[in-house]
Design a protein around this ligand. Sequence first.
Ligand SMILES: NC(=O)c1ccc[n+]([C@@H]2O[C@H](COP(=O)([O-])OP(=O)(O)OC[C@H]3O[C@@H](n4cnc5c(N)ncnc54)[C@H](OP(=O)(O)O)[C@@H]3O)[C@@H](O)[C@H]2O)c1
Length: 321
Amino acid sequence: MLAAFVSTPAPKDPLSVLEVADRPAPEAPDGWTTITVKAASLNHHDLFSLRGVGLPAERMPMILGCDAAGLDPDGNEVVVHAVIASPDWQGDETLDPKRSLLSEVHQGALAEQVVVPKRNVLPKPAELSFAEAACLPTAWLTAYRMLFVKSGLRPGQTVLVQGASGGVATALIVLGRTAGLRVWVTGRSEEKRAAALALGADQAFETGARLPARVDGVMETVGEATWSHSIKSLKPGGVLVTSGATTGFNPGAELNRVFFTQLSVIGSTMGTRGELESLVELCRVTGIRPQIDVELPLARAREGFERMLEGRTAGKIVFTV
Ligand SMILES: NC(=O)c1ccc[n+]([C@@H]2O[C@H](COP(=O)([O-])OP(=O)(O)OC[C@H]3O[C@@H](n4cnc5c(N)ncnc54)[C@H](OP(=O)(O)O)[C@@H]3O)[C@@H](O)[C@H]2O)c1
């Protein structure tokens, strides 16, 4: 079957090791099921995998991709929860120390078929296309948990989203706006800032710009490049939720500001199956949909990876199968 995969890591030149070619179809062990993939979306995680971050060479070759929507063996339309917990794990799957994401231990979703534990399969409502549903399990679920499970922000408060055009950033804008938050955004180009305003952000600023006022919360996925700005942008008692570090894992800690202004810094990762169910329902009930930048056939996956590596994103990049 056709798949996008990696056989050897390349920390400095990730696209040099991306292969889009035939791989053996996966076999479902007991308790698992085979999903025929109709659409799969790209995440920054896939670029990290090509670099070998979180994916050591001994686990390769590995099919990339966390997110899939498709058909189960009975022909039902489904979406896949990408967090694979231990078989006997109870409760919040993201807290299982042995959890992995699809494509970290088990073969991923950028393929014609993917095998997953049966409990990771959710019904896809007919109102959502396969492409839309394929955007939800990683970027959108992460944004949902950051805003609605971790931040404690209330409607009417102001949240700053660092980054305007990425998968998680666009999800944060749409979800924040839907929840009645005032959403401020930073973006690296005029075009990206304009797109964020069109998506529902109230104001958009250049990366690192001084804001007109301090905010109640900041949503961070950028890491080193924006961390200091994030901390300085918060009101006393404000909350920073971090789920990513695209530009580096070692920002200045700004400890003096954290304790002196009594900030909360909260980590967040993916979301539970139950949260994914709620997110799907939120999309169904409110009519909000993931912002899709481009849909490409899986055979042209390299073009999507190039766009993301070069920062030429405007929402989610989806591969159709
Ligand atoms: N912990 C989790 O469960 C989890 C889940 C999902 C994602 N993540 C992480 O979150 C991050 C974003 O993922 P994604 O899939 O949304 O990636 P993406 O689509 O490639 O988006 C990258 C975002 O980062 C911003 N950015 C990149 N370099 C920047 C810089 N030098 N200065 C300012 N902004 C910069 C971009 O801002 P512009 O819009 O201005 O270009 C864009 O909004 C990744 O690090 C990913 O690993 C973590």
